[in-house]
Design a protein around this ligand. Structure first.
Ligand code: ADP
Length: 462
């Protein structure tokens, strides 16, 4: 097991902080503490849990500027986006602070007058979460808030790249009186900590946001102790622009979807599928705007596109662009880089590629970078076929003002989150999650607390 974690700034490669990794024994003790404290936390009434969550949210908001700066330093995302993420993260705490009070059961008419049947919802127990670096705050609160609201205790292992934001959030939870055994953070490499979480009898649920291969291994490793699992995994979002779309809206929303966090989001548009008849106008308008995006250090206020997280991510993006170009794609803008492997910073300039063919690597692999590949279609069925030809099923987008086309696309796109004339569909009050290899379960909305609850029924003989 690694002994320490070095957190660096992706915009400069500089070391920000070195933090100790927890030992196997420390992690075991943390799990034991969370498991034992569950018996206390579940007794805290729902209104009090709600009050504590609201106080936590308010405290985070009061520290918003400091948190956003830490987030930008460790993740590279533009400061405006970090501020936006703090709001997004607290919106989950606010939502589940309310849902805590609405964990309704029901009564079922019995088949005999001498019986009563009562259904109640109870917390599953200790929840262990593993979170990614691209949304270090929101991917944690999406899990912690419903878990705590439901009466579960919670332990999180943040990504090695971005532990500082999470540590700050947990510190603020303690400051408002959320007990230290109810919510805990441990640090370490995923491959070290993951197996300790999955092997532990104390953990009743694993919740994860990250890559599909890691998600699959967590599901497999959870089988021996039959844990509940929630998985938010990779995406490969198609974005369809139909013949009758409002092109200006489609251009602006494509940019909003694609370049947030330098294209490092699991729901960002990854394959842009445009009707032949409007392709030229769409590509021209898109390229004009993409060229104007300001690339730079996220701490500078006017930066719109920051660095990509690390060398592995950078190499993948560059190899996808080169593969497309080698196979005949045309570069409309971008394909420029500002990177230094020695120093450890990696900027990819926003890139638009046309003449992209479904055989190219970029049409099969998640990119996680600021690149738009454009491919064309003539019949709407073909657009759906291209869109669905992936094992992923997280988000999809389409642009049309024809309600029949819209209804058809809604029905036949195999994705859990769909944006119709909307490139930014995420919201704490809506159920987010994927189909196929993009995941299991939903986060957000009334659905997002269900995975933290067991259903128990009581049959009373009178
Ligand atoms: P990425 O490649 O984008 O970093 P990962 O899925 O590897 O995506 O990382 C997401 C989270 O999963 C991080 O917190 C990371 O530490 C964790 N992780 C990585 N490998 C494993 C593993 N084998 N078991 C459990 N967690 C892991």
């Amino acid at each position: 097991m690694t002994k320490s974690i070095q957190v660096t700034n992706p915009a400069t490669g500089e070391l920000i902080r070195e933090i100790p990794a927890d030992t196997e024994e420390e992690i075991h003790q943390a799990l034991k503490r969370g498991h034992e404290y569950f018996q206390e936390w579940r007794k805290v009434n729902a209104h009090e849990r709600s009050r504590l969550l609201k106080a936590w949210s308010e405290k985070i908001q009061n520290n918003k500027e400091t948190i956003a700066e830490v987030m930008t330093l460790e993740s590279g995302k533009p400061i405006q986006e970090s501020l936006g993420e703090v709001n997004y993260a607290t919106s989950y705490i606010d939502w589940y602070a309310e849902e805590a009070k609405r964990l309704y059961g029901r009564t079922i008419p019995a088949a005999s007058e001498t019986k009563r049947i009562i259904v109640s919802k109870q917390p599953v127990g200790l929840v262990a979460a593993i979170t990614p670096w691209n949304f270090p705050a929101a991917m944690m609160t999406r899990k912690a808030a419903p878990a705590l609201a439901a009466g579960c205790t919670f332990i999180v292992k943040p990504a090695e790249e971005t532990p500082l934001t999470t540590m700050k959030f947990i510190e603020l939870a303690y400051e408002v009186g959320i007990p230290e055994s109810a919510v805990q953070v441990v640090n370490g490499r995923g491959s070290d900590v993951g197996p300790l979480f999955t092997a532990s009898d104390f953990v009743r649920k694993i919740t994860f946001t990250g890559s599909t291969p890691v998600g699959k291994s967590l599901i497999k490793n959870s089988a021996d102790t039959v844990k509940h699992v929630s998985m938010e995994l990779g995406g490969h979002a198609p974005l369809i622009v139909a013949a009758d779309a409002d092109i200006d809206v489609a251009v602006d929303q494509t940019i909003a979807s694609k370049f947030r966090n330098a294209g490092q989001t699991c729901i960002c548009a990854n394959r842009v599928i445009v009707h032949d008849s409007i392709a030229e106008e769409f590509a021209k308008k898109l390229t004009e705007k993409v060229k104007r995006l300001k690339v730079g250090n996220g701490l500078e206020k006017d930066t719109q596109v920051g660095p990509v997280i690390n060398e592995k991510g950078y190499d993948k993006i560059v190899s996808q662009i080169n593969d497309a170009i080698d196979q005949g794609a045309e570069v409309l803008c971008g394909n420029q880089y500002h990177a230094d492997k020695e120093q450890g910073y990696f900027f990819v300039y926003p890139t638009v590629l046309q003449n992209v063919d479904v055989g190219m690597k970029i049409m099969h692999e998640e990119t996680f970078g600021p690149v738009i590949p454009i491919t064309l279609f003539k019949e709407i069925d073909k657009a759906v076929e291209i869109a669905n030809s992936t094992p992923f099923g997280l988000a999809a987008y389409f642009f049309t003002n024809n309600y029949k086309v819209g209804a058809y696309l809604h029905d036949y796109l195999d994705f859990g989150v769909i944006g119709w004339n909307d490139g930014a569909p995420s919201a704490a009050h809506a159920p987010f999650g994927g189909m196929k290899e993009s995941g299991l379960g939903r986060e957000g909305g009334v659905e997002g607390i269900e995975p933290y609850l067991e259903t128990k029924y009581l049959s009373v003989g009178l």
